[in-house]
Write a protein of this length. Structure first.
Length: 189
């Protein structure tokens, strides 16, 4: 089994440096082009099924890539982006300003601290839903090659899962970075 993971193409909010979270933002023209290029890059791979987050930016990326494969696309809510709660829509600059006032924001990505703050989904909840989804995918599709289309923060626990990186070591975002827009990573099981 091969599993290919990609992040959705660029959105307007990506280009502005805004946290999207669960906000259902569509791809911009750059994002659509990125998805086309990604489909072209992996067209010689055997893909049996595409499993995607249902958010528009991921679903549209999956549909554009699927022009190369013409396979079934399945949506799975567990692949959605992390809910950023009160921070959805703010820019990275604004987030840095808030960190001065609320330094505990940095702990929101620390698996061991698992803080519940500003209506954000906790890091342990994010990892649990992603791992549950991946356990199902690797069992149900064990004889197939799967393309997963997801999001930046969601890609971190996905990479940890396949790299067998202990979640207890996930204490900041510098350890394992999320995928860039339409970056593809391949794992063989």
């Amino acid at each position: 089994m091969k599993v290919f993971i990609t992040r959705h193409g660029q959105t307007e909010w990506n280009s502005l440096g805004r946290l999207q979270g669960r906000k259902d933002i569509e791809l911009n023209e750059v994002g659509k082009e990125q998805a086309l290029i990604t489909g072209e890059k992996i067209k010689d791979e055997k893909i049996d099924i595409i499993i995607t987050s249902p958010l528009k930016r991921a679903r549209e990326t999956a549909e554009i890539i699927n022009k190369q494969f013409n396979v079934e696309i399945v949506e799975d809510d567990r692949l959605m982006e992390r809910c950023y709660g009160d921070f959805e829509g703010i820019t990275k600059v604004e987030l840095k300003e808030k960190k001065i006032q609320y330094p505990e924001i940095d702990d929101a990505c620390n698996y061991l601290k698992n803080i519940d703050i500003f209506n954000m989904e906790t890091i342990q909840d994010l990892c649990a839903r992603i791992y549950e989804c991946l356990d199902e995918i690797t069992t149900k599709y064990k004889d197939e090659n799967v393309l997963i289309v997801t999001h930046g923060s969601s890609s971190i626990p996905i990479k940890c899962y396949f790299m067998k990186y202990p979640l207890e070591n996930l204490v900041d975002r510098e350890k394992i970075k999320g995928l860039e827009n339409c970056e593809v990573v391949e794992f063989e099981i």
